[in-house]
Design a protein around this ligand. Structure first.
Ligand SMILES: Nc1ncnc2c1ncn2[C@@H]1O[C@H](COP(=O)(O)OP(=O)(O)OP(=O)(O)O)[C@@H](O)[C@H]1O
Ligand SMILES: [Mg+2]
Length: 451
């Protein structure tokens, strides 16, 4: 539901309920009389703006039911703009409510014009925020399910968007865990075959003798145990997309058979004589170097050319500048929501560690670490310990420019001193500064030398 125009009025006085409903006809108003109704309405309508009477039952003289409602609303829907409405003499609780995260407060008796202005402004702000979030998500999720902010991945997304709607066979190359399978699904989703099946088979996970029947199917009686006619995975993918994962592990004997299928676009089930036409888009993926396999005579070059009409190299995570922390943050939000935890991102040390770690297992490794950390985290932010990571002080690059400069200068001075065998004049020359300047720097950085 479009939440932008929904105004939830939490008010126990029936007279006021009616009056407010009537005054705010330009909104889709929803009325709630107590905490339970209010929370149910939040979940159901996801309103952009809420007016909340702090003097709710059970005890109208006591604002705690109102404050509890506020707390619950903000924990379910933190983006909602809540305007608390208080009695004349209840300024203290109004201030407390704003401190808890309410957008604004308003004191009874109600002056409709003023209240309207506050509500309109809150609604406008909420709309702007929602648009901003949408825009942000767009830039962070260039393809469905794929989070990325690095230039490399943005470029890759453009290639995928261009090639996905064609019928070209695509070869996805990338280290383990870089997102080959998720990218294959995104390609399928962007093609005209999107509402047809997407079938994947992992050539490395299935024993050679079973792989052929998995791919092509078999007729009844084709071999011992073939008690019924069985379709192969390729046939199941008819009209859709077929992913041959770990194609580098496809046994040599089956490579010829697959090539024949790619040329003829028909299959023959094992033990069958009929040629069955199948219309599938082929995507292949591997972490192996196919060229090296060809050189070793383990992969057919004619098959390679067939499957790689378009070949896409997925860069490892360590080469995607900024992606590790972008993906980690998105996954943190996803898993903390799933686990019902309110986590406020990563600690400073954790961010440094995520940025400097080389991630040999790529996104899969990052995903596993964040999943675990969300479960383990006790504090408001995820720490190094939650992630089971260590501070990498060598690669620690602070954000603060002064810190960067100081670290760089200290390192350079120490190196120059080593080169110059602690001779200050020579070290100054190497550094391109005068002797007095170098002495000042020694003081500044507290560098001791034994001349
Ligand atoms: N850019 C991304 N944004 C969000 N999640 C991602 C991204 N890339 C990969 N993932 C997630 O990381 C995990 C590994 O991705 P995927 O299985 O596609 O990798 P792969 O290259 O096929 O790995 P392998 O070689 O181990 O089979 C999956 O759970 C996937 O959803
Ligand atoms: Mg895979």
């Amino acid at each position: 539901m479009d939440n932008n125009n929904v105004l939830l009025i939490v008010e126990d006085d029936p007279g006021l309920q009616k009056q407010l409903k009537w005054c705010f006809e330009n909104y889709q108003t929803v009325i709630a009389s107590d905490q339970n109704e209010a929370i149910a309405a939040i979940r159901r309508y996801n309103p952009g703006v809420v007016t909340l009477d702090l003097g709710l039952p059970p005890d109208p003289a006591n604002a705690s039911a109102g404050l509890a409602t506020l707390d619950e609303i903000l924990s379910i829907a933190p983006a909602t703009k809540v305007i608390v409405v208080t009695g004349n003499d209840d300024r203290e609780n109004a201030v407390r409510a704003v401190a808890m995260g309410a957008y604004d407060f308003y004191q009874k008796p109600i002056d409709i014009d003023v209240l309207r202005m506050i509500i309109d402004r809150a609604c406008h702000l909420n709309q702007l925020e929602q648009e901003y979030i949408k825009l942000q998500q767009k830039t962070q999720e260039p393809l469905a399910g794929i989070i990325a902010s690095s230039r490399k991945m943005q470029e890759l997304s453009r290639v995928v968007e261009k090639t996905a709607p064609t019928s070209a066979s695509i070869l996805l190359l990338g280290e383990s865990g870089t997102g080959k399978e998720i990218l294959a699904k995104a390609i399928h989703g962007l093609s005209s075959r999107a509402d047809q099946p997407f079938i994947a088979i992992n050539c490395a996970a299935i024993p050679e003798n079973l792989l052929e029947s998995e791919l092509f199917g078999y007729e009844k009686g084709a071999f011992t145990g073939a008690v019924t006619q069985t379709k192969g995975k390729i046939e199941y993918a008819d009209k859709g997309t077929f992913l041959l994962d770990e194609i580098g592990d496809l046994p040599f004997s089956l490579q010829a058979k697959l090539l024949r299928f790619l040329q003829e676009r028909t299959i023959e089930r094992i033990g069958g004589r009929k040629e069955i036409p199948v219309d599938v888009r082929i995507i292949c993926a591997t972490h192996q170097n196919l060229q090296a396999l060809i050189d070793e005579g383990r992969f057919r070059s004619d098959l390679y050319y067939r499957i790689s009409e378009i070949s896409i190299n997925i860069p490892p995570l360590r080469e995607r500048e900024g992606d590790a922390i972008t993906i980690a943050t998105a996954l943190l939000n996803r898993y903390s929501q799933l686990n019902g935890k309110k986590l406020k991102g990563f600690s400073k040390e954790a961010v440094h560690a995520i940025e400097s770690y080389p991630w040999p297992g790529n996104i899969r490794e990052l995903e596993n670490k964040v999943k675990r950390a969300v479960i383990m985290a006790d504090g408001p932010a995820v720490t190094l310990e939650d992630l089971e990571m260590e501070q990498d002080s060598d690669n620690l690059i602070p954000l603060n420019l002064r810190e960067v400069r100081e670290t760089a200068e200290t390192t350079a001075i120490k190196r120059a001193l080593t080169y110059a065998n602690n001779n200050i004049s020579n070290a100054a020359k190497l550094l391109g500064v005068t002797r007095p300047t170098l002495y000042t720097l020694f003081d500044k950085y507290d560098i001791q030398i034994n001349e």
